[in-house]
Design a protein around this ligand. Sequence first.
Ligand code: ARG
Length: 247
Amino acid sequence: QKTSEDSIKISPDQTPAAPGEKVIYKVGVDIPYQPFSMLDDEGNPTGFDVESIEWIAEDQGFSVEFKTIAWDGAIPALQSGSIDIIISGMTITPERAEKINFSTPYWTVNQAVIAMDDSDATVDELMAGELTIGTHRGCTAAIWIDQNLVETGIMPEENLKLYDNPPLAVADLINGRVDTVMYDSTVIYDIIEGKPVKKIGLVETNEQFGIAVRKSDPELLEKINTGLENLMESPKWDEMIEKYRMK
Ligand code: ARG
């Protein structure tokens, strides 16, 4: 026999769950962004971020359903309610934090610059605007290059090439269509493994990743922060770092 205490409190944005049933939150992930979010052999989302939010949901008594999103549409999708949570290696920035709320940080990256093994491209040449560079549309690397190299007039705008996902940028590097690629260090190290590509430098942007929710969902944010803290203290955290060979 269920009592009213069994019913789960939900925030006004979500569909009410029947008493005793868990609320389902729609989680937006942008794929491929290995090792944080990618597809397994059956086509299901997997990765560090995917497993993290599944663990947090279990810990905090809610359910999750994954929806794939385009990176530059992630924040609008959250604001419009087509998703309730973003976990997708999202860097916490002051501009984004004006629109959405972030959890406590769970991972840090810098911007790694890569070139072909046999290339003599240098970061000095890149910073002087003499090379072409590829990256993922809408990401913090694109914003950094825009603000520091394009808007300052150092680099011609056409030297910056934007791609729909990070592996496409690396593929164009290998095809000789760009001189360099800049991207989140943990992700680019994973993508270039086994490829004839080397790191030529690191821009220390010291970016913190956070899980995002709508500003109108403070209770969900609290659950996520508690679950995240529990996760980071549990053995599961180090197991995942090992499993996904996080660098
Ligand atoms: N950290 C970068 C940013 O916040 C890139 C994240 C891209 N994430 C993804 N799942 N594709 O802009």
